[in-house]
Design a protein. Structure first.
Length: 81
């Protein structure tokens, strides 16, 4: 996977600072699978369709806090802070 470091640019007329690529920041990460995920709330379909996946009352996936491993074999979850 080819990646780039980002930084916030100058504010536009609305005051929003948009992300821009840092020059010469390209790097590569070897991966087998990439799952693109975007959202602000858990998708209820994940828990409803994934047998053995344990979730909280709020719908978030229960994981080991250090590794992100769930109770289901070969399944990890996490968040970007």
């Amino acid at each position: 996977m080819e990646c780039y470091e980002m930084t916030l640019g100058e504010p536009d007329v609305s005051g929003r600072r948009r992300p821009v690529v840092k020059p010469n920041s390209e790097f590569t990460i070897d991966v087998d699978v990439v799952v693109v995920a975007l959202g602000t709330t858990p998708n209820p379909l994940i828990a409803a369709t994934t047998k053995g996946l344990i979730t909280t009352n709020h719908g978030t996936v229960v994981t080991d806090e250090l590794t992100g491993k769930t109770q289901k074999d070969k399944v990890w979850a996490g968040e970007i802070l």
